[in-house]
Ligand binder design. Structure first.
Ligand code: GDP
Ligand code: IMO
Ligand code: MG
Length: 431
């Protein structure tokens, strides 16, 4: 019963899509356990680029089946549009994609409210993706969410929307926004309902039975541990648990069924949206990294903020993640730099801090302490063996391993599936 979790260990966009893609080769199932269409997972196969937002990236492997788990919030329009986009580009979807009946829906009023709240936050805005993610999760926790299984009966669905409507009308009114009609909302969702209905299953029974049959399952994380609502840089976080704890609640699998956790790291740091970022580069070098790394949001197109690798932040992720294997991505992007810096610890009020603190929203009081490494000039995209990397690149990877206390089993040197150095045997073997 091998269940392998893929989790981002920074602020998202580490390259999870590529890792899922190369591991999905051996997977029978790929399951999303949290988040929604705020994710943007890019996969490039032989030069052809695909960006997945909601459907697990494993869908690109014809032998893998995919589950959108109960922990995911699903925008019906986004789901159907992504299914159609995939089918138009020749990927079979409908017979291989399933959605948990207890996954919550992102309703049209959630999207609207997300934008309204961000506008009202002004200078304190989070920089959300505007997809209604936080509002859908708020309703889930407040116990007035609407779930996939509610799509089975239109009258019951309409009654639920009508029940929650006064709460929203009041809220919209207080924001000075136009009220909305229950019927309009029901009809908007129903436009997509017939295409979604056949996908709805008891995802918990499905995935547990498949694991008990010995099938290989990949749990595909979105975002990253530093955006986790419990462990991230709160309140500049997303509204779910990307950390592996989210796998148990987001798929309904017991913790003992998790066999491995693959952490994904970028060779430097990025974040999109607001929030503290201690090693951020505000100079020309930050702009260079953005250009070289193509650091523009896969979902919103926003420029990503760029900075040096932050061991303090990553140590927090490793502490929470129970990581068994690491993938280091985008090492090639650093080619051409004279020097590369790594933040080894922070100085806060005269104290040395090795693990990211929880209670800070600004960074003025934090002094990052850097170690400087020699850069290398050669491009790396043709390298397939660790020993063939330039000495300085090897030294950099080994130094990171020592600083965070974990081994990089995969080193990625380009966006394509093949541009990868494998230092470990197949992940599923022997589980
Ligand atoms: P995710 O959200 O974690 O799946 O990451 P994104 O897809 O949002 O962002 C990662 C970006 O880096 C994508 O455009 C990938 O195609 C690209 N990428 C992944 N690995 C590498 C790599 O090793 N080198 C380079 N240059 N690009 C990479
Ligand atoms: P992937 O899966 C990077 C960020 C947003 C914002 C915060 C809250 O591609 O790594 P939300 O819309 O979730 O309420 O926004 O979280 N964010 C991401 N940043 N990668 C992502 O996903 C993200 N998903 C959300 O920019 O700062
Ligand atoms: Mg992304």
């Amino acid at each position: 019963m091998p269940l392998v979790v893929i989790v981002g260990c920074q602020w998202g966009d580490e390259g999870k899509g590529k890792v899922i893609d190369f591991l999905a080769h051996d997977a029978d199932w790929v399951a999303r356990y949290q988040g929604g269409n705020n994710a943007g997972h890019t996969v490039i196969v032989r030069g052809e680029k695909r960006v997945l937002h909601l459907i697990p990236s494993g869908i690109l492997h014809p032998n893998a089946k995919c589950l959108i788990g109960n922990g995911v919030v699903v925008d019906p329009q986004a789901l159907v549009e992504e299914m159609r986009m995939l089918e138009q580009s020749g990927v079979s979807v409908r017979e291989r994609l399933f959605v948990s009946e207890n996954a919550h829906l992102i309703m049209p009023y959630h999207r609207k409210l997300d934008h309204m709240m961000e506008a009202r936050r002004g200078a304190n805005k989070i920089g959300t993706t505007g997809r209604g993610i936080g509002c859908a999760y708020s309703d889930k926790v407040a116990r007035h969410g609407i779930r996939m299984h509610d799509l089975r009966d239109k009258d019951a669905f309409a009654r639920k929307v009508a029940t929650f409507s006064p709460f929203y009308q009041h809220l919209f009114e207080s924001y000075g926004e136009e009220p909305w009609e229950v019927d309009d909302v029901v009809e908007e969702v129903w436009r997509y309902r017939d295409e979604i209905l056949p996908l709805i299953v008891d995802g918990v029974t499905l995935i547990n039975e498949e694991l008990d049959r010995g099938k290989n399952v990949l749990a595909e994380g979105a975002q990253g541990i530093l955006l986790d609502v419990d462990f991230g840089t709160y309140p500049f976080v997303t509204s779910s648990n990307p950390s592996p704890g989210g796998v148990c609640t987001g798929l309904g699998v017991p913790p003992r069924k998790i066999s491995k956790v693959v952490g994904v790291l970028k060779a430097y740091s990025t974040r999109v949206g607001a929030g503290p970022f201690v090693t951020e580069l505000h100079d020309e070098l930050g702009t260079k990294l953005r250009e070289w790394g193509g650091e523009f949001g896969a979902t919103t197109g926003r420029p990503r903020r760029c900075g040096w690798f932050d061991c303090v932040a990553v140590r927090r992720s490793l502490q929470i993640g129970g990581i068994t294997n690491l993938a280091l991505m985008k090492l090639d992007v650093l080619s051409g730099l004279d020097e590369i810096r790594v933040c080894t610890h922070y100085r806060i009020g005269g104290q040395t801090v090795n693990v990211l603190p929880f209670g800070f929203e600004t960074t003025e009081h934090i002094e990052p302490v850097y170690e400087t490494f020699k850069g290398w000039k050669q491009p790396l995209d043709d390298v397939r063996k660790f020993d063939d990397l330039p000495q300085a690149a090897r030294d950099y990877v080994i130094a990171l391993e020592q600083l965070i206390g974990a081994r990089m089993d995969f080193v990625s040197v380009g966006p394509d599936r093949d541009e990868t150095i494998f230092r470990s045997k197949e992940l599923f073997r022997g589980l």
